[in-house]
Design a protein around this ligand. Structure first.
Ligand SMILES: [Zn+2]
Ligand SMILES: [Zn+2]
Length: 221
């Protein structure tokens, strides 16, 4: 399940952006919901779990995760939280964007084992991001083949992270620190989504409602 669902989420996102015309208000609401749900699950469940592990210096790694995500967003232009600033004229494969998105997606697959709510939160977070990435790529001059390679490899990164964590012992000794880094990543991504979802800080009842809904859903699950 935790290998298939993230792939499915990304494919649904690609499908939506390919077959439907992108309605930015709907995507923005979906983004706001994904941000508040991801933040809530992180704060309510993931964060306490990590602190209960009793490993000292865990907070340092959470801060490290925030810094890592800031660096990744310099490279990706904020694609992990729904932003895109890549020249539409670009014809060569966008390696820097791809690598920064892949590092982010691989890491977020690591803590998904036996953590159903976090899995749902990552799925909900992936759909709008996949829509935005795909609809952006479809609008560039990149060849269909390059776009397909980009999207397929990107879809496989989160399951790859889960797979390496579950089926190999490569990450065993550092997985608690990687989990802490992922918390930092989630804290930064989700709060950035919420921050950017309120344009000019104008009150929007729908957005506020959907943010509250994300919090309540995480509380009752
Ligand atoms: Zn941004
Ligand atoms: Zn992510």
């Amino acid at each position: 399940m935790n290998l298939l669902l993230p792939i499915l989420a990304v494919l649904i996102g690609f499908g939506i952006s390919y077959f439907l015309h992108r309605k930015s208000t709907t995507i923005n609401l979906l983004l706001a919901f994904s941000g508040s749900f991801l933040l809530s699950v992180t704060v309510l469940e993931f964060l306490p779990d990590i602190y209960n592990s009793g490993v000292s210096s865990i907070g340092v790694f959470i801060l490290g995760g925030i810094l890592l995500q800031i660096i990744l967003e310099y490279l990706s232009g904020g694609a992990e939280h729904g932003h895109f600033h890549l020249s539409k004229e670009k014809k060569s494969f966008p390696f820097v964007l791809f690598i920064s998105l892949s590092i982010h997606a691989f890491l977020e697959g690591i803590p998904l084992h036996g953590n159903a709510h976090l899995l749902y939160a990552v799925i909900v977070h992936k759909v709008p991001i996949a829509i935005i990435i795909a609809s952006f790529l479809f609008n560039t001059n990149l060849s269909k083949l390059k776009i397909a390679v980009f999207l397929i490899l990107f879809a496989l990164m989160t399951p790859l992270g889960s797979f390496v964590q579950n089926n190999t012992s490569l990450l065993d000794e550092i997985s608690i620190y990687l989990d802490a880094i992922v918390i930092g990543i989630f804290l930064h991504v989700s709060t950035t989504i919420l921050f950017e979802s309120s344009k000019d800080h104008k009150f929007n009842i729908y957005k506020f409602g959907i943010i509250v809904f994300g919090i309540v859903l995480a509380l009752v699950l």
